[in-house]
Design a protein around this ligand. Sequence first.
Ligand code: 16G
Length: 242
Amino acid sequence: ELAGPLAKEDPTPLYLQLQRVLRDAIAERHVEAKGAIPTERELANDFDVSRITVRKAVDGLVGEGLLTRRRGAGTFVTDTRVEKIFSKLSSFSEDMISRGRRPSSSWVSRAGGAVTPEEALSLGLSPGSLVYRFQRIRYADDVSMALEYSTIPGYCLPSVDVVEHSLYDALERHGHRPVRALQRLRAVAFSAEQAEQLGIEAGQPGLFIERRGFLADGRAAEFTQSYYRGDAYDVVAELNAP
Ligand code: 16G
């Protein structure tokens, strides 16, 4: 499916057009993670451009970390999957930093309000209690990884503004980081709206993970629904014999 021709009448330089084709092919997984892309000569042939153009396009993607050159072997799609350890009560930010990736988030919304009946049941709160709701798109090195919707009981934080980057950092600073959690995982397909937020195609597979976190005194500290990109995560767990 990786074939030209590029639009020669388009004012966009050919190497940038080729970069876009390669980038889309990688994002849409036409070329698999760790898989090799065609050789310089093949690309030049397929797209009817010079090898210099191909080299320039590939150089750019290597510079961005999307492709990796291996001497004598070829050029490969960089493997960016993350192994998510399923037995550690870690945060997204910690998971990324421990793998040398840079975590960031963009806010969809952040507000306080009265608990809904469903939230009250999930968190064991009395009707009418205050909760804070955080909706974020999460990135690793600017690549979208997950959507997260968190509901935090009002007694855990003084206000919504104290969460800037890491929710767990904010909870820890205020003495309310969860020490225990229950989690469940389910396979889902991303809705059109979610896919748009993540910059992927609707219907792509995702991991839906629901976490209820608790404080040492047994009170709830978080109810978070996470939608992790299925193509970005491997779930890893350590098992002990019964
Ligand atoms: C993880 C947690 C989520 C928690 C978030 C805090 C899973 C499945 N979920 O994504 O429950 O709210 O980390 O991350 O691991 P932060 O401290 O970087 O905001």
